[in-house]
Design a binder for this molecule. Structure first.
Ligand code: NAD
Ligand code: AHE
Ligand code: ZN
Length: 369
């Protein structure tokens, strides 16, 4: 079949919308019509050429939602008409990582997914006979995409697909980082570096977990209004201080934070987030994705004296067994996704979504097919 897709031909080149060929679902695969996709900073990161796993040409996009149109042989858990969220971290109950109960990092198809291919080692996308690669196993910048059955989460049909895309990455990542990874307790103090959609979801998660003090940190003060509306008790712009931000935070919190989160992708901030933690128990969760060759550093004494550095992917959320429940929480009013969505646009305007995110003018742009 044909599908209209935004092609990333090479790093740093605007996406081009083309009608490309899409092979139907093979055994164990699902054809999904994407209704909306939103733009996450990770798509910007990969298009920038900084992603060591970035491969071109490809169809980017990993934060979307849609409707199952067709299933391949052997697919039993979803059927045509089901509403789904594509998962860049699948959940295969037979995967030893999943069976460990210790992680959401299912490895069943990680190798082929990282190579831009379906589990059988081939791509379903092509243009004029030339192979186009998948991205993060999802490729939601195409109106139709093919995914392994283990890479779709069936969600309630009550969830409006006009905005459910943000449940494909930003919201579960930030909220999950608080709940599953850091396990923030009521009364804790929290600081989040980076007030994009992921950082905003950290704030929402921290409020839901009963944090007593939530400090939002960003060099773009236009983000502070929304951060405070979501529950940040104060916001700090590092540019307003001469001292390093970790010193400022340790000072104003009388010793440091119980929990910090890095949601930028800057290795210096990952260090600052660790060093803002309280001696003896403070824990820093790294969410941001840093470019090829970047490394983190700190004095080992920071760890010796009880601070903890950890990281999270998709907020530790198990895509098939836990994400549908998070969608239900949204539907029953436990939280709203509306604050994340600053722009709606059509597929043809997708490069504008990149420009807005890079300029710090959007939280999430939702792209409608
Ligand atoms: P975003 O671009 O919307 O937000 C990033 C924010 O960081 C912006 O508000 C920006 O002003 C701020 N910022 C930039 N430099 C800063 C600095 N020096 N000090 C303080 N603030 C600074 O991005 P997003 O979509 O919210 O994603 C945030 C990060 O999380 C990215 O690195 C993204 O790739 C990553 N991410 C990781 C996961 C995961 O599973 N680990 C999931 C989603 C996104
Ligand atoms: N490919 C990059 C790393 C990119 C990365 O860390 N991706 C996150 C999700 S970001 C979503 O917006 C992730 O889930 N990682 C786990 C995994 O297995 O990819 C690199 O550095 O190579
Ligand atoms: Zn993302």
């Amino acid at each position: 079949m044909k599908t209209r897709a935004a092609i990333a031909w090479e790093p740093n080149r605007p996406l081009e919308i083309e009608e490309i060929d899409l092979e139907g679902p093979k055994d164990g695969e699902v054809l999904v019509r994407i209704v909306t996709t939103s733009l996450c900073h990770t798509d910007v990161f990969t298009l920038s050429g900084e992603d060591p796993e970035g491969l071109f040409p490809c169809v980017l996009g990993h934060e979307g939602c849609g409707v199952v149109e067709e299933v391949g042989r052997g697919v039993t858990s979803v059927k045509p008409g089901d509403h789904v969220i594509p998962l860049y971290i699948p959940e295969d109950p037979d995967c030893p990582y999943i069976q460990s109960g210790k992680t959401n990092l299912c490895q069943t198809i990680r190798k082929t997914q990282g190579a831009g291919l379906m589990p059988d080692g081939t791509s379903r996308f092509s243009y004029k006979g030339k192979q186009i690669l998948h991205y993060m196993g999802t490729s939601t910048f195409s109106e139709y995409t093919v995914l392994p059955e283990i890479s779709v989460a069936k969600i309630s049909k009550e969830a409006p697909l006009s905005k459910a895309s943000v449940m494909g990455c930003a919201v579960p990542t930030g909220m999950g980082a608080v709940r599953n990874t850091a396990k923030v307790e009521p009364g804790s103090t929290v600081a989040v570096f980076g007030l994009g959609a992921v950082g905003m979801a950290v704030i929402q998660g921290a409020v839901m977990n009963g944090a007593s003090r939530i400090i939002g940190i960003d060099i773009n003060p236009s983000k502070f209004l929304l951060a405070k509306a979501l529950g940040a008790t104060e916001c700090v712009n590092p540019k307003d201080y001469d001292a390093p931000i970790q010193e400022v935070l340790v000072e104003i919190t009388n010793g440091g934070l119980d929990y910090t989160f890095e949601a930028v992708g800057n290795v210096d901030l990952m260090r600052a987030a660790l060093e803002s933690c309280h001696k003896g128990w403070g824990e820093c969760t790294v969410i941001g994705v840093a470019g090829a060759g970047q490394e983190i550093a700190t004095r080992p004494f920071q760890l010796v004296t009880g601070r903890v550095w950890r990281g999270t992917a998709f907020g530790g959320v198990l895509g098939r067994s836990e994400l549908p429940g998070m969608v239900d929480e949204w539907l029953q009013g436990d939280f709203s996704v509306d604050p994340y969505i600053t722009h709606h646009m059509n597929h043809g305007q997708i490069n504008t979504a990149f420009d807005l995110l890079k300029a710090g003018e959007s939280i999430r742009s939702v792209i409608h097919f």
